[in-house]
Design a protein around this ligand. Structure first.
Ligand code: SF4
Ligand code: MSK
Length: 615
């Protein structure tokens, strides 16, 4: 990656802050990425193994030196084991997030967490019916039992179309219990256990389904009950949402248990008064990554940026507190915050960081902790050095909050109008574009160009995670963006007053996309793998994205990866995931870094599916 700022990001606010950071001698992920070059070729191919202390071992991809590890493990075995461990780690992250939410839900239901309340009674009633329980506490227990279940399947598997459930049953990959599948990944990959790459990958699908149709879906559902099911709301996005004359608090990470409380505490009159006494005009909360998405889609709280902007936000010198929970938080933030007055505050017992002040969020007293955190930020405003403040005057408006319920609502209470537009050909199909930033890709280049090309070809896009934030910054989440769409999609968007790109939430909310796929497949009387649909993660970096990709493909959806996964060292694994799996789950992976070529692959797939359905 060249050091030219325009080669690092297409986002003008990021470019501006990269220049500011460079001038001030501040190091960012892009600089550290450059210092890592060349990255380890064995690692890139997935060919190194540290699973026992006879190693580390590595396989010569040219077959000239070592072709096997000390134990005799081949490239296929090592690559498959490494992939399975990545899936296990990713699935564990979403599922442990869900566990925390379920635990809080239980405390709330028992009256022990007064900071939280039920906001969506209708969804609570629906979920209780689904689980066949009659009290809120019983629901909490039933949901918590999903993690430790020994014999499944987990409840939400029954939300998939009957044909899909049959495929999973026949393959023996119905998830039994969430923790059980993740533990089994770790057991199978330890030295001398499973040494069949096909069997290893089947377990990868099983564990990933425990995430997509388990942990992630539980997180989404319970969060909707506790914080409200998103409905369309206007909001602003990008670093320009920071305000020079207000106390700025950024909430970063993934779980809304904290960010929801910070949002409430920031409007507490006592703290607003204190901010005014400090000379500030008020308290401004902005989000980052998925904890930001959670409060964005529910309350329209502005989003300061996506994954690669976390350091750039601190570099504005205007952040009085960077408050984090879990996941996607760079350990570099502590040292960087130390160059400014910024307080870097960790809040989860699971995630501590060098240079951070730890203020632990306890469910029983969440609002009080949030107030303390906001107070720290307000007091810290007085220490801000105005000569170090540089906020790019760049932000975009967006309409966000398209939960499945909101989409059905916008369509008049039924999916039929969407199905009709797909049947008529005005909308060719649906694409889910999701995932992270990665300095291997010019920031947002893959996201924005892929999405633009899809809508230009009349493909409706649904989005979550950092792709959603890239789209928000690029103005693609506005009804006016329909002008960039093909005639068919444009007409549909104009008629409904919706954007051609629908922001469905955070990374765990990819479960919403699964629910929508199941509902569309049921309405058409087919399986998810028959739908004119495709998915992509153009700039993915996290192990969570590996788990997501696996459950999306395991659910039958063709999925493009924009950054190359570390599997190419194994012909067996590569062939299985790109070709062999088609005949097994109906989905498959493809790798295509060029967003225009990726769009073509997705559109070709959608057109082929239409033909098969006789559309
Ligand atoms: Fe090497 Fe096998 Fe041990 Fe891996 S498990 S480090 S390949 S000996
Ligand atoms: S926040 S997992 S960088 S999408 Fe969900 Fe963004 Fe990827 Fe984190």
């Amino acid at each position: 990656m060249a050091k030219n700022i325009k080669d690092r990001s297409i986002d003008p606010a990021s470019q501006e802050m990269l220049a500011v950071a460079a001038k001030a001698g501040l190091e960012t992920a892009w600089d550290r990425f450059d210092k890592q070059q060349p990255q380890c070729g064995f690692g890139e191919l997935g060919l190194c193994c540290r699973n026992c202390n006879m190693g580390p071992c590595r396989i010569d991809p040219f077959g000239e030196a070592a072709t096997k590890g000390v134990c005799g493990a081949t490239a296929d075995i090592i690559v498959a084991r490494n992939l399975l461990r990545a899936i296990a780690a990713g699935a564990s992250a979403h599922s442990d997030h869900a566990r925390d939410v379920a635990h809080t839900f239980k405390l709330m239901s028992e009256g022990k967490a007064p900071s939280y309340q039920v906001k969506d009674q209708a969804k609570l009633a629906r979920l209780m019916k689904e689980y066949g329980v009659s009290t809120q506490v019983d629901l909490a227990d039933a949901v918590l039992a999903e993690f430790g279940k020994q014999e499944g399947p987990i409840q939400f598997i029954s939300r998939a179309p009957a044909k899909r459930q049959e495929i999973w049953k026949n393959l023996g990959i119905e998830p039994r219990g969430i923790d059980r599948e993740i533990v089994e990944c770790m057991h199978k990959t330890t030295m001398g256990v499973d040494n069949d790459h096909v069997n290893l990958l089947l377990q990868g699908l099983r564990a990933s389904l425990a995430d997509g149709w388990g942990g992630s879906m539980i997180a989404t559902e319970l969060q909707d009950i506790m914080f409200g099911t998103p409905t369309p709301v206007r909001a602003m996005a990008n670093l320009g949402v920071l305000e020079a004359d207000k106390v700025n608090i950024i909430v970063h990470g993934h779980e809304p248990l904290l960010s929801e409380m910070i949002v409430s505490a920031a409007s507490d009159p006592e703290l607003v008064d204190l901010a005014k006494k400090q000379g500030a005009k008020g308290i401004n909360v902005a989000g980052m990554c998925c904890t930001g998405n959670e409060i964005l889609v529910r309350h329209g709280i502005p989003i300061a940026g996506n994954f690669l902007q976390q350091e750039l936000a601190v570099a504005t010198g205007a952040v009085d507190a960077m408050v984090v929970d879990v996941q996607c938080v760079m350990p570099a933030l502590g040292a960087l915050a130390g160059c400014f007055h910024t307080k870097f505050i960790s809040t989860s017992p699971k995630a501590k960081f060098p240079g951070a002040t730890h203020m632990e969020l306890k469910e029983e007293s969440a609002y009080e902790t949030a107030k303390q955190i906001v107070r720290v930020a307000v007091v810290n405003y007085g220490l801000r050095d105005p000569t170090k403040v540089h906020i790019p005057n760049i932000k975009s408006e967006a309409i966000v909050g398209f939960s499945v319920e909101a989409i059905v609502g916008a369509l008049g209470g039924t999916l039929k109008p969407l199905l009709d537009t797909i049947a008529s050909g005005a909308v060719r199909g649906v694409a889910a574009v999701v995932g992270c930033n990665n300095p291997k890709v010019k920031q947002d280049y893959g996201h924005v160009n892929l999405v633009k090309e899809l809508i230009r070809n009349n493909v409706l896009v649904v989005t979550t995670g950092c792709n959603a934030q890239a789209c928000a910054k690029a103005g693609l989440l506005l009804p006016e963006a329909a002008d960039l769409a093909g005639d068919g999609l444009k007409a549909v968007c104009k008629a409904l007053g919706v954007p051609p790109v629908l922001h469905m939430g955070s990374c765990v909310d990819i479960s919403r996309i699964m629910v929508a796929c199941a509902a569309i497949a049921d309405a058409l009387g087919c399986d998810i793998s028959d739908l004119p649909a495709a998915a992509a993660a153009p700039e993915w970096m996290s192990e969570k994205a590996v788990a997501i990709g696996a459950y999306v493909v395991g659910s039958g959806v063709y999925t493009i990866l924009g950054t190359i996964p570390p599997i190419l060292g194994s012909q067996g694994v590569t062939e299985l995931l790109t070709e062999g799996i088609k005949g097994v789950t109906g989905g498959a992976f493809a790798v295509e870094p060029d967003p225009n070529k990726a769009a073509k692959l997705m559109i070709d797939h959608i057109e082929a599916q239409r033909k098969k359905l006789g559309l």
